[in-house]
Design a binder for this molecule. Structure first.
Ligand SMILES: C[S@@+](CC[C@H](N)C(=O)[O-])C[C@H]1O[C@@H](n2cnc3c(N)ncnc32)[C@H](O)[C@@H]1O
Length: 497
């Protein structure tokens, strides 16, 4: 056999090969990356007796197996179990229960891991489902499929045997529960979990997709698009949008979210996690027999409040009647720190003590109201009553007005919410958070002009650097300034045209 030489430098400087790979895979292939191909190319040319590089490119065009060898050599399969755990938690806690609600008892929820590499992502989803529903229910109620372009990665996924790096973020209890010892210190996924996932080779750029990828309820498509040319990225996102059922959800990695806002799907935020959703089919397409379209509920794009995690300084509070300002402030700060550490019971008890001793110290009441609101619907009324009691003493308390608006909004009462947010902007015209909420309420009611006006105000305020002035001093927002601006601009540019 005649050996054909293809040096790293020659491989890297080879536009026809770059073009071919880009066309077939959508990848933006960098020259440095192509140097990785010198070995595989040399082997292939020798094996097939190809005399030169032009013959090789012709051969790759015609022989999918040969092309596959080159593709396998180029993929980057970096992955691990429970990568971006907040997304996996949201999947099992919120997305899946919603999907199950829409299905009959015999209809499985269909889940795709697109670009699954060596299987850690779909197996993580399978483990999350097994944790929530038990293995036997998971087997009956879900269909999980992982696809990738890389055959070798898929072979490894099917075997399900992993070294230490794959478990770098996995909880020790889950490791114990779902893996068994294998050779060379590795661990094998337990067969009952392995059987929950099917694997298939698929190039996400090429349509039509195989039939078993139709009608997906949830698609995970994370850390794949980074390698694509912008046009390929858009095409693949479109392909994946098309296989989603109405109301289906598509999850991309947090770092990729904004680069996928192609307006093919709606960008949404749930519990601080961004994802994409396919618009609900109206009653007509549901044949009139399905459940009525649901209110946006927690999917409405809006900032989410989270307890402050850092020890940010507490803003000056008004003097208290019964104690010096310093001591009440310090005690309120302690309560806030307890809440940040998720000791909500202790935080509330500390605030109750403070309120009993300094009944006129209103910041203790607004903090308690905010904590109660954050604890869920059962505490909403108590939060509301506290804020109303604050307003009885200080009708200008922005924090109380905002909390009342947010509580009404969370209780699906947009009229009342709008009333409270309007009083905020009446008292404090540059409160962007109230303008932002008002924009969302107007948009939901179809009042396009009013919504546009409010979004434009938010953008203006952001440009003036008013982001930190949202009026809720003890909480930070799950959205960054950049994301708020992005959402507002998108609404102005497209959604409200
Ligand atoms: C970095 S891994 C991501 C794995 C996993 N989704 C995660 O987030 O941990 C990217 C995977 O995308 C796959 N991939 C790249 N281009 C693809 C294409 N056109 N079709 C299908 N898979 C592709 C690669 O083979 C690789 O396994």
């Amino acid at each position: 056999m005649r050996t054909v030489r293809a040096t790293a430098a020659e491989t890297a400087d080879w536009p026809p090969l770059e073009t071919l790979l880009r066309r077939k895979t959508g990848w933006r292939v960098k020259r440095e990356t192509l140097t990785k191909l010198a070995g595989p190319i040399q082997l292939l040319m020798t094996r097939k007796g190809l005399p030169d590089r032009a013959a090789l490119v012709r051969h790759l065009e015609q022989d999918p197996d040969a092309l596959q060898e080159i593709v396998d050599a180029l993929t980057v399969n970096e992955t691990y179990f429970f990568r971006e755990p907040a997304q996996i938690d949201l999947f099992s806690r919120v997305l899946v229960p919603e999907m199950l609600d829409r299905k009959s008892a015999t209809e499985p929820v269909r889940i795709l891991s697109a670009g699954c590499a060596t299987g850690e992502e779909p197996y993580s989803l399978a483990i999350a489902l097994a944790e929530r529903y038990g293995v036997s229910q998971a087997r009956d109620r879900f269909r999980l499929i992982g696809v990738d372009i890389d055959r070798m990665a898929l072979d490894k996924a099917r075997k399900g045997v992993y070294g230490r790096g794959a478990f770098r973020r996995l909880d020790a209890a889950l490791l114990e529960r779902y893996f068994e010892p294998a050779d060379q210190g590795r661990r094998a996924i337990r067969p009952e979990i392995r059987r929950l996932v099917a694997f298939k080779q698929c190039n996400l750029l090429e349509t039509p997709y195989p039939d078993d990828l139709a009608a997906m309820d949830v698609v995970f498509y994370r850390n794949v698009s980074i390698y694509f040319e912008p046009e390929a990225r858009r095409r693949i996102f479109r392909n994946l949008s098309e296989i989603l059922v109405p109301d289906g959800r598509l999850v991309v990695s947090a770092t990729e979210t904004l680069s996928h806002n192609f307006h093919l799907l709606s960008l949404m935020e749930v519990d601080g996690v961004f994802l994409y959703g396919k618009k609900t089919a109206g009653p007509a397409t549901r044949g009139g027999s399905g459940p009525p379209p649901r209110a946006p509920g927690p999917f409405a794009a809006a900032p989410v409040l989270k307890p402050e995690q850092t020890g940010n300084p507490v803003p000056a509070a008004p003097p208290a009647a019964a104690e010096t300002p310093k001591s009440v402030n310090a005690r309120r700060r302690e309560a806030r720190d307890l809440a940040a550490a998720k000791s909500y019971g202790a935080a509330l008890a500390a605030l109750d003590g403070l309120m009993a001793e300094a009944p006129d110290y209103l910041p203790a009441r607004t903090l308690k109201a905010a904590l109660l609101l954050n604890r869920g619907p059962a505490h909403r009324d108590a939060a509301r009553q506290l804020c109303e009691s604050v307003l009885a003493q200080d009708s200008w308390c922005i924090e109380a007005l905002l909390i009342l608006g947010i509580a009404a909004r969370a209780g699906d009462d947009p009229e009342t919410a709008a009333k409270w947010f309007k009083s905020v902007v009446y008292h404090q015209t540059d409160n962007w958070l109230a303008h932002f909420y008002l924009a969302g309420i107007f948009k939901a009611k179809g009042q396009t002009e009013a919504a546009r006006r409010e979004y434009a105000i938010v953008v203006r305020l952001m440009e003036k650097g008013r982001f930190p002035d949202h009026g809720l001093p003890f909480f930070h927002l799950a959205f960054s300034q950049e994301e708020i601006i992005h959402l507002c601009r998108e609404n102005l540019r497209r959604e409200l045209r």
